[in-house]
Design a protein around this ligand. Structure first.
Ligand SMILES: Nc1nc2c(ncn2[C@@H]2O[C@H](COP(=O)(O)OP(=O)(O)O)[C@@H](O)[C@H]2O)c(=O)[nH]1
Ligand SMILES: [Mg+2]
Length: 365
């Protein structure tokens, strides 16, 4: 039986099987098998088509943001507001047939924004250029999910993203698995686990693990365990935007606020320039960008030209960004700002910096 038939068979069985305490484990095993087979099928297809690198857009700037949303919600108009580029705005669906890059300059950062065609149901299966669009979203640093006051059905967008292996606003599972030659499957954890060990083991078996040491650093759910084992998932932050508030009455806004509450959306009007500054700020922080000001040996700090790094960046990253010899020649750094206990504190290469820290590197001659 080929993979497609096996997938179909399991999907049918899952539909037939009623969920209860007695079938719970069986269902999980079927889901694990299904996840594994889908991953296998995907790999098979990729091999068949050849390792065609996604013909998406070249990344540029400090971070890349993909605008995802249904047709005609105002993606291109927003893109034009945010960037120096021009994309066609139109009254009919699918004005934007290609993927357009533009640069948003904000707080000294250059953020690449990608305007894309609208996403429709079935995108993950390839409808309406869906796989190209989702492919770009997969490699973005941030996904801007945009709807408007007339169509704010997020469910299908989230489903397409999910089906394409994109997990939004979710951390990477904190698990490590080491294969061994013998000894069966060993499970250890740094936190109490809600899943029973034999459930975990049966999921691992579906993915071909027979002997392995597994360490959990979070209370894992079956879904996240399967995601981890499938291995081809990406974890991307997302911000949610509702456009065209200039045309909304209070009842509509209240209704949308309620429905979208879990996603903490921003309400904007691209046409009337409402909420755009807040959105820029949200993009900057959600993309995980931070500003580091360099304090030269002599002369003033240039507050208009910060070094843009990612959250979690260390003094070593600052060195690397300035000169490739600086890590070798590094003696210590002095830091002013939120990451230190007192101004001008001396720190080493591994020190983690905060947004707007001031850094002075002291280097061997
Ligand atoms: N009222 C209103 N109309 C908007 C706004 N933004 C875009 N539009 C209109 O919505 C239509 C679709 O815009 P477009 O940017 O092409 O949408 P896209 O398909 O998502 O790229 C156009 O007629 C725009 O003029 C807005 O903030 N308010
Ligand atoms: Mg467009």
């Amino acid at each position: 039986m080929d993979i497609r038939e096996r997938i179909k068979e399991i999907e049918d069985e899952l539909k037939r099987t009623k969920y209860n305490k007695a079938t719970e484990k069986h269902i999980l095993r079927l889901k694990a098998r299904l996840t594994y087979l889908k991953k296998e099928l995907e790999e098979q297809e990729r091999r068949r088509k050849g390792q065609r690198a996604s013909k998406g857009v070249k990344k540029a700037g400090d971070a890349t943001v993909a605008i995802i949303g249904p047709p005609s919600v105002g993606k291109s108009m927003l893109f034009n507001k945010l960037t120096n580029a021009k994309s066609e705005v139109g009254d009919y669906a699918f004005t934007t047939l290609d993927i357009y890059p533009g640069i948003l300059k904000y707080k000294g950062a250059e953020i690449q924004i990608l305007d894309m065609p609208g996403i429709i149901e079935g995108a993950a299966k390839g409808r309406g250029k869906g796989r190209e669009i989702l492919g770009v979203a997969r490699s973005a640093d941030l996904i801007l999910i945009m709807v408007d006051i007339y169509s704010y059905d997020l469910e299908y967008i989230l489903k397409e993203l999910h089906e394409f292996g994109i997990r939004i606003n979710e951390n990477k599972p904190k698990i490590s698995v080491k294969k061994k030659d013998r000894g069966g499957i060993n499970i250890a954890s740094t936190v109490p686990l809600s899943l029973e060990k034999d459930t975990i083991i049966s999921i691992l078996r579906e993915f071909g693990y027979i002997n392995a040491d597994v360490l959990f650093k979070e209370d894992i759910t079956p879904e996240r365990l399967m995601d981890f084992l499938a291995g081809n998932r990406v974890y991307v932050p997302a911000v949610f935007v509702v456009n065209k508030v200039d045309e909304a009455d209070e009842d509509t806004l209240r209704e949308i606020s309620t429905v979208m509450k879990p996603y903490d959306p921003l309400f904007i009007s691209a046409a009337k320039d409402m909420g755009i500054d807040d959105l820029k700020e949200r993009i900057f922080t959600s993309a995980g960008l931070i500003r580091i000001y360099l304090k030269p040996q002599s002369g003033k700090i240039d507050y208009d030209a910060p070094l843009i790094l990612r959250k979690g960046a260390t003094v070593e990253d600052v060195c690397k960004a300035i000169h490739r010899d600086f890590v070798k020649k590094f003696r210590y750094a002095m830091v002013w700002g939120k990451s230190v206990k007192f101004p001008g504190q001396h720190v080493g290469l591994e020190h983690v910096l905060s947004d707007e820290d001031i850094v002075r590197l002291v280097i061997r001659k």
